[in-house]
Design a protein around this ligand. Structure first.
Ligand SMILES: [Zn+2]
Length: 415
């Protein structure tokens, strides 16, 4: 770690995303707060000054700083990947081939593939092994410009293995200079041993997993997969209500495969509702008037080879706060690349490059309750910065399948 302040100068564009309000809605998503010939000064992990190179160079600390010339680069807040499932052991290559041959999501699950096939790997692994896999994904994410991520459990699906998964997240977080927010997703699917009696599994989630998670402070959020083949709206409400009773915050996987009524979920003030491919028009005004973010995960649609993508335009144009995330997981979205997500958001959901960057930074930070420290480059916030080889921010979503992220700083530390 360098004790000296660090000064980044002459950036072709520096994207501050500084303007209020947070989260951004509608046309507010277009304003990236671009500074040409931008500079940023950081010290002790925090941003000290942001402006043009002339302005920032006048700061007293600038004279003592280690200097990086950022000509031909775009600087922006590190991406906030607000939806990932990194606690697993093996890729799901059989599912991959089956899907290519024409099998559907539910058909693969029926055949014993899908989420259930990741359970064995997690149950048999040690916490250290799992942490090593999580850490590997964190390093990959940082290489693509991500400095903050949410990480869910959800492939253990027993009290012991869900707690072990959360401990693995915590262990990996201690070895990574970026920021991790942990989520208990014990209610991901009903594991095979409870297949005939899903209510007893919901009892286990509510009476043991959530209390234990809260007691040991292993997660900030509780998530539930509210979907046909996973958990019913009534079961989901019970999980969310129990989470709130234990002082945990909530988020929900919903409307991925089928429509669901959002009103009953919004009562729990979830930080985000995620996927939202099948959101009903009637639910959009209520969502737009809430503090809940719609987190869209188009890399999953891409990987599943779907024609349908989440309705970003309908949501944004009606005032819903939208975030973008990878949904990194072994079954439906094996990617750690936020730039790839930006590309798919632009090409398949018709988001503008500026909207996509806003969704992947400040709105993602808001979806994790971290808007006070992450998601924009302003004085006093954490020095989480991504540097891309590009003259223009639109290039971030334009080049795809290649990595133009040159460097990140994670709380002032070089990634
Ligand atoms: Zn997910």
């Amino acid at each position: 770690m360098s004790d000296r302040p660090i000064l980044l100068i002459h950036a072709s564009q520096l994207l501050t995303l500084r303007e209020e309000p947070v989260p951004r809605r509608g046309s507010e998503m277009h304003d990236l707060g671009v500074i040409n010939d931008g500079a940023l000064l950081m010290s002790d992990g925090k941003i000290v000054s942001v402006g043009t190179t002339d302005e920032v160079s006048r700061n007293d600390l600038a004279a003592k700083a280690e200097e990086f010339d950022c000509r031909g680069k775009v600087l922006l807040p590190g991406f906030v990947d607000s939806h990932t499932h990194p606690v697993f052991i093996a890729p799901r290559l059989v599912d991959f081939e089956k899907r290519i041959a024409g099998a559907g999501y539910e058909e693969i699950a029926e055949a014993g593939g899908g989420i259930r096939s990741s359970i064995r790997g997690v149950r048999e692994a040690s916490v250290e092994e799992l942490a090593e896999h999580v850490l590997q994904s964190l390093r990959e994410m940082a290489a693509y410009g991500t400095t903050t991520m949410e990480a869910k459990s959800g492939y253990g699906l027993s009290l012991e293995s869900e707690i072990k998964s959360l401990k693995a997240i915590s262990l990996a977080a201690q070895q990574w200079p970026g920021t991790i927010v942990a989520t208990l997703l014990g209610a991901h699917v009903v594991p095979p041993e409870y297949r005939e009696d899903p209510e007893t599994y919901v009892d286990l989630v509510c009476e043991q997993m959530i209390p234990s998670t809260a007691e040991h402070r292993l997660a900030t959020y509780v998530d539930v997969f509210c979907e046909r083949g996973a958990f019913t709206p009534a079961q989901s409400a019970r999980v969310l209500s129990t989470a709130v009773d234990h002082g945990l915050k909530t988020r929900v996987h919903v409307c991925q495969l089928t429509a669901a009524e959002l009103g009953p979920l919004l009562r729990f003030h979830p930080a985000s509702l995620d996927h939202m491919d099948f959101v009903d028009d009637a639910d959009i005004p209520g969502l737009a008037n809430s503090d809940t973010v719609a987190t869209l995960l188009p890399a999953a649609n891409y990987f599943l080879g779907l024609d349908k993508f989440p309705p970003a335009r309908r949501l944004i144009d009606n005032g819903v706060a939208v975030a973008l995330a990878t949904d990194y997981n072994p079954g439906t979205s094996p990617t750690t690349s936020m730039p790839f997500v930006l590309s798919v958001a632009c090409t398949h959901m018709k988001m503008s490059p500026a909207e996509a960057i806003t969704a992947a930074t400040i709105n993602g930070a808001y979806a994790l309750g971290l808007q006070g420290s992450k998601g924009s480059l302003v004085h006093g916030k954490d020095a989480d910065i991504a540097i891309f080889t590009a003259e223009d921010y639109r290039e971030l979503a334009y080049w795809f399948g290649v990595n133009r992220c040159e460097r990140v700083f994670l709380r002032g530390l070089r990634g």
